[in-house]
Design a protein around this ligand. Sequence first.
Ligand SMILES: Nc1nc2c(ncn2[C@@H]2O[C@H](COP(=O)(O)OP(=O)(O)OP(=O)(O)O)[C@@H](O)[C@H]2O)c(=O)[nH]1
Ligand SMILES: [Mg+2]
Length: 602
Amino acid sequence: MQKIRNIAVIAHVDHGKTTLVDGLLEQSGTFSDHEQHDERAMDSNALERERGITILSKNTAIRYKDYKINIIDTPGHADFGGEVERVLKMVDGVLVLVDAYEGVMPQTKFVVKKMLALGKKPIVVINKIDKPSAEPDRVVDEMFDLFADMGATDEQQDFPIVYAAARDGIAKMDMDEEGGDFQCIFETIINEVPQPEGSAENDLQAQVFTLDYDNYVGKIGISRIFNGTVNKGDNIMLAKADGAMVKGKISKLIGFHGLNRMEIDQAEAGDIVAFAGMETVDVGDTIADVNNPVPLDPMHIEEPTLTVVFAVNDSPLAGQEGKHVTSNKLRDRLEAEMRTNVAMKLETVGEGKFKVSGRGELQITVLAENMRREDYEFSISRPEVIVKEIEGVKCEPFEHLVIDVPEELSGTVIERLGKRKAEMKSMLPMGQGFQRIEFEIPARALIGFRGQFLTDTKGEGIMNHSFLEFRPYSGGVESRSYGALISMTDGETLAFSLFGIQDRGVLFIGVQTKVYEGMIIGEHSRSNDLVVNPIKGKAQSNVRSSGADEAIKLVPHRDMSLERALEWIEDDELLEITPKSIRIRKKFLTENERKRESRKTK
Ligand SMILES: Nc1nc2c(ncn2[C@@H]2O[C@H](COP(=O)(O)OP(=O)(O)OP(=O)(O)O)[C@@H](O)[C@H]2O)c(=O)[nH]1
Ligand SMILES: [Mg+2]
């Protein structure tokens, strides 16, 4: 049997997983000398490159000596935590990265807990030791404590430690060593991570952990083979999660090497390969022996915590910028998403209205962003957390929140969070005048907090959170403290009128922008909404008023990204999303309708 090691790279967001995988590909000689590749080569889709984060886990394989090492790079952002859990079942060991300054962060805890519970062999990589602020010794201690707190076995607690500057291709087992390269990482992997269990002689059992799509061969299930041998053209049985058995045939077997995929004829127990030919394949399915199909344990998929309503765009500007605008198109696209993205759920809630549930705002905005790139137009509502009953008690999701703030601002932030029902758990000095404060907070109270936090800390604060558990409902929390500046009419904005409005708050749009009655063009500096006229021109006059013309200087407006806008809106507001624009609007466009509505709710 082939010598194989299967590992996943796990960590908090941005701690350097994808960069480390670059180094593993490079230093194993997997890239040939002339092969062109970008930095963070595994972050291959457009949105990943643009945002500099990993969204989907992806696998690759390298050769080291006579070993094949399959490596799965995972996303670090909490919203994609479900991916990590699935991937962990496919591997025998993990590289747990941790930033040598930031140390243990919420998602480090999340992934370590899952990894330990599944009994995987950990190798800890203290990364970014080149940072001037790095404190590798402190971070090693933090990891030790974390493992102990999370119930590591003695063997897991006795983890090997590699110190690395992944970006520079440096790694070493001892901080006092000079230089060093990734040889020590390869050696640690082959020595510490066990050879996969299972046997090539047994009946076939493989489990699908990721789906992919190829224009030529259709749906592809990327899978770990736990037992047996499979050949191209074999008949198999697909054991579905719901117990159904579907006969199928492997039309193609695809292997991985570096950034390439190639057709192969055979694969056996222990390996990670892709299967084509089964149109009904889903994540979690077992590809089993056709005569003796024995399903593997189903995969546990984390429940969604947040919902947003996607609806047909019915604004006065609807249909002008997007190609796909109807309810049918919207539904088809969302249904297609649910087929590959097992962490999300879809429910029709009314004519042209679809409730999409996921793990967090980023997961939902990534879907929305992909859709606008594909020429869809739609609206989305304010995110709502999922409330559910557990043993007769109304419960809501709680998050573990960690913030790093300049010491002198910690008072302000703690007060703000107090109003949002956050409970402070610890406070530690971090050096360089920063403090790290940890909280437990209802997920509901975090919606809209980021913008406020960035303002309060003048952009210097860092916040991170990840799902903790469902807990009893905590009652009302404070929401947005400012009202909206709402356009009273349709037309294009003019500098003269915006100049008159800008003292009333912060504008979200500039000049010559299309607006309509009920569209929100800014944030009021007070708590109530204010209706304004952004298209009013200057009255014509023959008299040149001295100084008036040159006085029209507009303060730069605040660009509302999809995420920022989604966090900002309230229940009676919507985001209008088109390939070209992100507009914020009132659900009810005229003032009369809004008055009638607010009387009703009172
Ligand atoms: N100083 C320093 N920066 C590093 C090092 N390794 C990675 N980085 C930088 O850290 C940032 C994040 O790196 P990524 O490899 O994308 O991190 P990641 O863990 O894959 O991030 P996600 O997949 O989004 O969770 C990039 O700007 C890297 O250049 C390092 O050793 N030293
Ligand atoms: Mg990454």
